[in-house]
Every structure is written in structure tokens, then in C-alpha cells.
Design a protein around this ligand. Structure first.
Ligand code: SF4
Length: 362
């Protein structure tokens, strides 16, 4: 996918001339430095950080990134791993489709590109799980390609800077804003300029031009920002479709047997597509009666545990665990799956709340 054509004519001269130099200077002086993925131009490491940072805070990624790299130091190691192991290391980061796509992407890079990520953003964007903005970030950071990222943070910054009031829920305005982002890129940048510029866009959105409290006073581009001049930065970005979270209740059939090191739990793989797709999980049901029905003996001996609130992008889940102790020999649960040692949960890909629940039962 190629970036849209330069739309520089729509940008006031003062912004076009000062934005990139001001952002680069600010990033070098006041931006974020010392993050582990900033010290490399290795596309594998940059790609890994970019995928982890989608929808996840930097502080959380800092804990996962080194663990992941220690186990999978290069793309071949990741491509050759089993899916369960990848999911286990990802467990807790959420948005598990990222991990599945990442695993597939590593396999495509090894199989079709000889283990080397393509250099150009438009080639990178053909790989599984790499969107236009992630492809641009990898190409800019690793190869100094003059191409702009446009993730949610950047859309917010640029729509305020330019007082861009078109509806970003629509594809047309999204493309037009990306064309404007391309037009704002530094002129004839060095590799180091492109790194500082791209990191500066990320840093500005994350630390200065934040969603509900933009710090316009110290902002490095405040002098030319149109939303600031109009006195209404929070008007941007304009987006007609707001996220509505649906509330749902799920019942978890937590079936255990054995004692001590022999303690086991019944797990089944979650269907794909869907929530927690591909992860191992205790049986999930949409009603208490359905959850009890999978327990041998009709679930008369189950114990209700305190409910757990768990937020996903589009849903607020209320999880109701039903706990039951079963004999070592006896009828199998009326649900797909198998017994697994509770002590082996660390090596399995489990949804975070289920992992926490089972850890408390060991
Ligand atoms: Fe955002 Fe304010 Fe800076 Fe404009 S001046 S880019 S609204 S922080």
C-alpha cells in the first residue's frame, strides 16, 4: 500500500515550514529516550515493540518485551515456536489476535523473505498484522524512509494542529489526513531525522497532546497550532462513531481434581474467531445453568466464587466462576477439553483473568 499523494497545498505555510524542525528539535531535547527498542535498527526488534505497543501502555510493554526477546531472539526463533508458547508469553497483554498475527508474520518472513523483513513500508504492509502505520514506523526507524505514521495518537495531534474537522470515522477523511501527514514530513531528512521525527510524533501524542488534557502551553508546536489558536483543542479529532461497550455475563466452570502436585484443571481451547480465540480456558457458558450442565453429576456441588469484572475493547465482562472438586476417577466433564496440571499453567496461553483465578487455586 502506497501513502496517498502529498496534499501540502492544504497546509498553512507557517505550519508546513516549522512543524517538522520544531518536532525533531523537541524530541531530541525533551522526548522519550532510553526505551529498549530505541537502541536498535533491527526490524525484528522494532516490529515486535510496535505490535506490543498497539493498545498497550509503554510501562506494561517494558515488562514483556525483554522476556519475549529472551525466548525468541530473532524472527526464525519466533517462526519455529509452537502457538501455545507464543500465546503463553503474550498472556496478559490482551488483544490476542496481535500475537497470532505476529506468529504468522514471522513464519511468512522466514518462508517467503528468507528471514529478512522487507525494507519498504508498502512491502511491510503486505505482511500479516502489519498495518500502514506500523509499516511506516518500521521503515522510518530502521531505514530512514520518508513516510509518516498515522496511528490514533498522531491523528489526534494532526487534527488539532490543522483544525482538521472531517469525520475520522470515515475512510475518505482518514486518507486525507494521512496525505496531510505525508506533506508535513521533514524535507530531505537524514536517517536520524526520520527517527527523531517519528518518535517525536509518538511522544507528542503520548505526553503533551493527550486526549483530554492537551498541554498547549509547553507544546513545541503550540505557536502554529490552529486548534489552540481557536481555543478549542478538545473539539478534535472529530469522530462520529464512539465506542460503545456491551455488558455481558459469563459463567466459568472451574473443575478441579487431585491434591498437591497432582492437582488438575479441565481446560479447553477457545474457538476462533471470538474472544480469547486460540487460548486455553475453563469452559465458558452464557448462563449459570449451562455452566452447571458441563459438570459431571449436574453441578449440584459447585461453589460460587466472587464475580470478576474484566474489560475488553467492545465488552464489559462480568465473570462468574463456579468451582467444583471432582474425584480423580469418574465421568468426564460434558465439554471438550482435557485435564491439565495446575502447576503447568505458566507455560500455557490463558486469558489473564483465568490465569489469575487459577493461580489463586493452586
Ligand atoms: Fe495539541 Fe495543544 Fe500542542 Fe495543539 S498546541 S498540538 S492542541 S498540545
Amino acid at each position: 500500500m502506497k501513502p496517498p499523494a502529498d496534499d501540502g497545498a492544504a497546509i498553512p505555510d507557517a505550519i508546513r515550514q516549522s512543524f517538522a524542525p520544531a518536532l525533531i528539535a523537541w524530541q531530541r531535547h525533551s522526548g522519550r529516550h532510553g526505551l529498549p527498542w530505541q537502541a536498535t535498527r533491527d526490524p525484528y526488534r522494532v516490529w515486535l515493540s510496535e505490535i506490543m505497543l498497539q493498545q498497550t501502555q509503554v510501562a506494561t510493554v517494558l515488562a514483556y518485551y525483554p522476556r519475549f526477546l529472551e525466548r525468541f531472539p530473532d524472527v526464525r526463533a519466533l517462526a519455529g515456536a509452537g502457538e501455545d508458547e507464543v500465546m503463553a508469553l503474550w498472556s496478559g497483554l490482551g488483544y490476542y489476535s496481535r500475537a497470532r498475527n505476529m506468529h504468522r508474520c514471522a513464519q511468512v518472513v522466514v518462508r517467503e523473505h528468507g528471514g529478512r523483513f522487507p525494507d519498504r513500508a508498502d512491502d511491510l504492509a503486505t505482511l500479516p498484522g502489519i498495518g500502514a502505520s506500523t509499516a511506516a514506523a518500521i521503515a522510518a526507524f530502521c531505514h530512514g524512509q520518508r513516510v509518516s505514521i498515522v496511528d490514533g495518537n498522531v491523528r489526534r495531534v494532526l487534527s488539532r494542529l490543522l483544525a482538521f474537522d472531517e469525520d475520522l470515522a470515515q475512510t475518505g477523511p482518514q486518507k486525507r489526513l494521512w496525505a496531510l501527514a505525508q506533506a508535513l514530513l521533514p524535507v530531505a531528512p537524514s536517517h536520524s531525522d526520520m527517527q527523531a521525527y517519528t518518535q517525536g510524533l509518538m511522544d507528542l501524542g503520548a505526553t503533551v497532546c493527550t486526549r483530554s488534557r492537551p498541554a498547549c502551553e509547553p507544546c513545541p508546536v503550540g505557536q502554529v497550532c490552529r486548534a489552540r489558536a481557536d481555543g478549542d483543542p478538545l473539539r478534535y479529532p472529530v469522530k462520529s462513531r464512539r465506542l460503545v461497550r456491551r455488558h455481558e455475563s459469563w459463567w466459568l466452570a472451574v473443575m478441579l481434581r487431585g491434591v498437591g502436585s497432582q492437582r488438575q484443571v479441565w481446560l479447553q481451547r477457545r474457538p476462533a474467531p471470538g474472544i480469547w480465540a486460540g487460548l486455553q480456558c475453563v469452559p465458558v457458558a452464557a448462563s449459570e445453568a449451562a455452566a452447571r450442565a458441563v459438570v459431571p453429576g449436574g453441578g449440584t456441588a459447585v461453589r460460587e466464587m466472587p464475580a470478576i469484572a474484566h474489560a475488553l475493547t467492545h465488552r464489559e465482562l462480568r465473570l462468574h466462576p463456579l468451582l467444583v472438586e471432582l474425584p480423580m476417577t469418574g465421568a468426564a466433564p460434558a465439554a471438550d477439553g482435557a485435564w491439565h496440571a495446575l502447576s503447568g499453567m505458566g507455560d500455557m496461553g490463558l486469558p489473564a483473568p483465568v490465569r489469575q483465578l487459577l493461580a489463586a487455586l493452586r
